[in-house]
Design a binder for this molecule. Sequence first.
Ligand code: FE
Length: 146
Amino acid sequence: MDSQRLYTYRHADGQYIVSIANHACVEEAIAAACRDLGIGAAAVRGIGAVNEATLRFYDPATKRYVDRRFEEQMEIASLEGNVSQMDGKQYLHLHVTLGRADYTALAGHLLSARINGAGEIVITPVGADLPRRYDPETGLNIYDFR
Ligand code: FE
């Protein structure tokens, strides 16, 4: 899917209201919108529905990520995240709470998810660079505001 087909948007009051196309990937659409719109740093939030998602859990004890894929219809009850930079490249950090058909919820770091229904995202640009660096103590790519 080319970038223009991933989403449509409206700009208002300094924010970008983004509608992710049906069957597009959430993380790809957000990344493309930020690139296309010249947004280097932002806060991201959203709601919608997906039918597949890969979530990631970080274990600080082992400093390893465990990924798990879910293939079922789920509501994006809450998507929260940010856009920043690492080594001069765009860096997306997204977390999600997904509601299942039985009204229980899954949650975690969002690696990838495919919209099945709507994807309604708000991108709020931040007028500053938000660099990251690898932190050996936590094993995470943390903000570098030193
Ligand atoms: Fe995370």
